[in-house]
Design a binder for this molecule. Structure first.
Ligand code: GUN
Length: 284
């Protein structure tokens, strides 16, 4: 029997509806949740992503502003603008779109954002909070993956979860979240010897490398849950993930499609984080 689909479009719709509901409640108390997005330069993909973020926010009742700055903006000017937004009580979330122009130090820029407004979850304080199990902001992609596992009722305790990829934005935080749920976690990466032998032991696989057909049917244990974070293009130019979907779906128990899987969940979780930032600011 082919795997059941984990439908990121449907689940993200539910999450957006919850965000809209909670946002309306905040607004009724006179609080307008607000996300400030900073875009530096004219990278076409970043332009599309940031416009999506504004649209998603508006549709759920959040206010999002998109500030565009020229590619030659001095780093000091960007830092000064971030500090202004940090100090503005009407702004609850700050997002600096990456990549930044080469003359800027992305870590320095991100770490200038107040941790209480770090709705991307990229600040070192957010990463540290996740590491030690304290409240903070979770990076949107791994957060969305956890919501997908929860939606199918996946009990992770004692399961073997294999994360392929070790980025600071997806692989590492994903591994921490799975560990928090008492899974036994293996992180695989480009230097891993015999990847297939490891993935074949996995009850849950999260593929987050950015390489087409990285995970094939022979690498998957029957019934495993497969989450595909990849965003690649196939030879025909169509969006595809890291997983050989048609092959792996014959073996897995659950699988996320690309498109319509993790992507919409990542978008939805930014809205959740922004709302959460606004709610926390009221509780302070
Ligand atoms: N560039 C690509 N994806 C992202 C994201 O999720 N956040 C930010 N800040 N930049 C990105």
């Amino acid at each position: 029997m082919p795997a059941q689909l984990i439908d990121g479009n449907a689940l993200s719709k539910q999450i957006r509806a919850e965000v809209a509901h909670r946002t309306a409640a905040l607004k009724a108390r006179g609080v307008q949740p607000k996300l400030a997005i900073l875009l530096v330069g004219d990278d076409p993909a970043s332009d599309v992503y940031t416009r999506h973020k504004v649209k998603d926010s508006t549709e759920t009742g959040l206010l999002a502003t998109l500030e565009r700055h020229p590619a030659d903006l001095p780093e000091a000017a960007l830092l000064a603008r971030i500090r202004e937004l940090n100090a503005d009580p009407a702004v609850h979330g700050i997002l600096v779109q990456l990549p930044l122009p080469r003359h800027m130090d992305a870590s320095h820029v991100i770490e200038t954002i107040a941790p209480a407004k770090d709705v991307d979850g990229f600040h070192i304080a957010s990463a540290g909070a996740l590491m030690v199990g304290r409240p903070g902001f979770l990076p949107c992609t791994p957060y969305g993956c956890m919501k997908m596992l929860d939606a199918i009722g996946c009990d992770l305790r004692g399961k073997h979860a294999v994360v392929i990829g070790r980025s600071n934005i997806v692989g590492k935080p994903m591994a921490m979240l799975l560990l928090q749920r008492h899974a036994t976690v293996t992180i695989c990466h480009s230097a891993t010897a015999n990847l297939a032998a490891i993935t074949r032991q996995a009850d849950v696989i999260v593929a987050a490398v950015g390489k087409r057909n990285l995970l094939t049917a022979d690498m998957v244990k029957p019934g495993a849950v497969v989450i595909d974070v990849g965003m690649n293009r196939n030879d025909a130019g169509a969006l595809c993930g890291d997983v050989d979907f048609e092959g792996v779906r014959q073996v897995a128990g659950w699988i996320t499609p690309v498109p319509g899987g993790v992507g919409p969940m990542t978008r939805a979780m930014l809205l959740v984080n922004t709302l959460e930032a606004a709610e926390r600011a009221q509780a302070d």
